[in-house]
Design a protein around this ligand. Structure first.
Ligand code: ATP
Ligand code: MG
Length: 571
């Protein structure tokens, strides 16, 4: 599955090779340009964090940890109409779950509102900012284009005194939303549109989750961000490439304000994933329009969704290392994320038996009422995980897919007259197929070979297939939710088509009446196990001991590994 479109698929960087940002940090330390490294992760609390943010979190916290500095968690909460406490709480929980700790370095841009306001006043006093009465539409019109210079606002020549008075009255709430803005006075003819007198403050009469009604003027991202970095003594302000064109403004502001430190901005390519959308605006629509059940729906690329799906934090961190950091935009195969997660789960997940679509097997020559405790290895990749006892009885459930009445050439599993191995139990042979009135197969009558206990025959014969099974007497019913990619195209919404038309109608399939081995009752939310031969599964928070619910984390098929084996992973 290769992505279409003009971008190439990123080949994973070698983790040993430091990236260009780590090289800059190392050189700054070596040459004494900075004393200790201070980075920050600056989410806007207007949504839940996603796997793209995880890349940024791993980069910022990772660099701080590796170079003996620290990383701040700073909420960039300057837009009260879109921000909520719910998001502030969820973001903290997600960063912690990913395995990172900001210690006492939790900050909010809103804590700097008074300081930022004073600095805005400073710019007005020094002739570097003015209050503009143009409307938002007019400002856009006057701004010009990439090929045409902008035009100066008629209010640009306003005196500092008049601007100061108006700015103060804006703060006091004398004007409605949009009536006036504060703009930097830089250069309307600059080839960089961001330097054509960017807006620094706008009037927004809205309560803020933290400052309440204290303010009705709010700083823009551009004005708040660099100055917050300077207040916190950030040495390396790392952001995604779309801010590269904002860097001259970032520098202009710190150069023209009496800020306590001189931070520098560095940009890297944001993460894009096939079959996935990483725009908070779209994710919010998916939630609000009911395309998914919530921000933590297991199909969402959010950290809370991936967690609910059963992805271990270690797998996400491993993925961040694999994709590396570069300055070139690219799209990463979602298969690489899945590969990193499988890699962790293969080492750590306990193996269990579960039958998703059950078919009854009766072993005619097995004593009725007898129960044997079969010893089954918990994880062949980890001898220290030991083994468990799984009850074996005369009546069992196997997977409906593991039987065919008329098997085609390459089907080696159970069929009339054929012998297969039941994992860690016995060889069984199908003697008779029982059907209901509609001709549906409802039961298989089998016999077993008592000499094959544990799964080996003394005469060395080897069945071509080994099936998983559960005892009909001991099995617990469960609901199992099968998940697939939320979008059916690798490039959702490409070619100008409606992105929502590309939603995969089969991304969630709920199976009830699945039957699971008793040991699965003990799996806790947050743990992921392997249902043998089926995939990795994790209990949903909806799960109760009486009504277990499991989410499929991933199937066992590793498309990334397959592509790599075929030498087709990159272009
Ligand atoms: P928006 O600004 O539209 O709300 P955002 O995804 O940029 O969306 P922020 O909360 O501003 O959200 O992002 C916090 C940090 O995470 C920023 O430094 C941003 O550059 C980084 N980030 C966001 N998306 C990605 C991504 N896909 N890959 C890497 N880093 C990302
Ligand atoms: Mg942003």
């Amino acid at each position: 599955m290769l992505a279409s479109g003009p971008v190439s698929i990123q080949t994973p960087a070698s983790p040993e090779r430091g990236d260009f940002i780590r090289e800059i940090v190392a050189a700054d330390l070596r040459e004494g340009r900075v004393g200790a490294v201070v980075t920050r992760f600056p989410p806007e609390p207007n949504g839940y964090l996603h796997i793209g943010h995880a890349k940024s979190i791993c980069l910022n916290f990772g660099i701080a940890n590796e170079f003996g500095g620290h990383c701040n968690l700073r909420f960039d909460d300057t837009n009260p109409t879109k921000e909520e406490q719910e998001y502030i709480d969820a973001i903290q929980a997600d960063v912690r779950w990913l395995g990172f700790d900001w210690g006492e370095h939790l900050y909010f841009a809103s804590d700097y509102f008074e300081q930022l306001y004073e600095w805005a006043v400073h710019l007005v006093r020094t002739g570097r900012a003015y209050v503009d009465d143009l409307s938002a539409d007019e400002i856009r019109e006057y701004r010009g284009t990439l090929t045409e210079p902008g035009r100066e606002s008629p209010w640009r020549s306003r005196s500092a005194e008049e601007s100061l008075d108006l700015f103060e009255r804006m703060r006091r709430g004398e004007f409605p939303n949009g009536a006036r803005v504060l703009r930097a006075r830089i250069d309307m003819a600059s080839p960089n549109i961001n330097m054509r007198d960017p807006v620094l403050y706008r009037i927004v009469h809205a309560a803020h989750p933290r400052t309440g009604d204290a303010w009705c003027v709010y700083p823009t991202y551009d004005f708040a961000h660099g100055q917050s970095d300077a207040i916190e003594g950030i040495t390396h302000s790392i952001c995604t490439l779309e801010f590269e064109v904002h860097r001259p403004l970032y520098d202009w502001l710190v150069d023209n304000l009496p800020v306590p430190s001189r931070p520098h901005q560095y940009e890297f390519a944001r993460l894009n994933l096939t079959y996935t959308v990483l725009s908070k605006r779209i994710l919010l629509r998916l939630v609000n329009e009911g395309h998914v059940h919530g921000w933590d729906d297991p199909r969402m690329p959010t950290i809370s969704g991936l967690r609910r799906r059963g992805f271990p934090a270690e797998g996400i961190r491993e993925f961040a290392t694999l994709v590396g950091v570069s300055k070139a935009d690219s799209v990463v195969e979602v298969g690489l994320l899945e590969h990193a997660v499988r890699d962790v789960l293969n080492r750590t997940a306990a193996r269990r038996f579960a039958v998703l679509r059950p078919l009854k097997v009766v072993i005619e020559n097995y004593p009725d009422g007898q129960v044997e405790e079969m010893d089954v290895v918990n994880n062949p990749e980890d001898p220290s995980a030991g083994s468990r006892k799984v009850p074996f009885t005369r009546e069992l459930w196997i997977e409906r897919d593991d039987f065919m009445e008329v098997p085609p050439a390459k089907f080696f599993r159970l069929a009339p007259g054929r012998e297969v191995r039941l994992r860690s139990a016995y060889f069984v042979t199908c003697r008779e197929v029982v059907k209901d009135a509609d001709g549906q197969v409802v039961e298989l009558r089998c016999t077993y070979d008592p000499a094959t206990r544990g799964g080996d025959a003394p005469d060395g014969r080897r069945p071509k297939a080994t099936l998983h099974w559960v005892s009909a007497v001991h099995a617990m019913p469960a609901e199992v939710r099968l998940y697939d990619h939320l979008f059916s195209r690798p490039d959702p919404g490409a070619n100008g088509s409606d992105l929502f038309a590309d939603l995969n109608p089969e991304s969630e399939m709920v199976l009830t009446g699945c039957l699971i081995e008793p040991a699965l009752a003990e799996v806790r939310v947050g743990d992921t196990v392997q249902f043998e031969r089926l995939g990795y599964f994790s209990p949903d928070p909806d799960s109760t001991p009486e009504d277990p619910v499991f989410n499929r984390t991933l199937t066992l098929k590793d498309t990334w590994a397959r592509l790599q084996a075929q030498g087709r992973q990159g272009t």
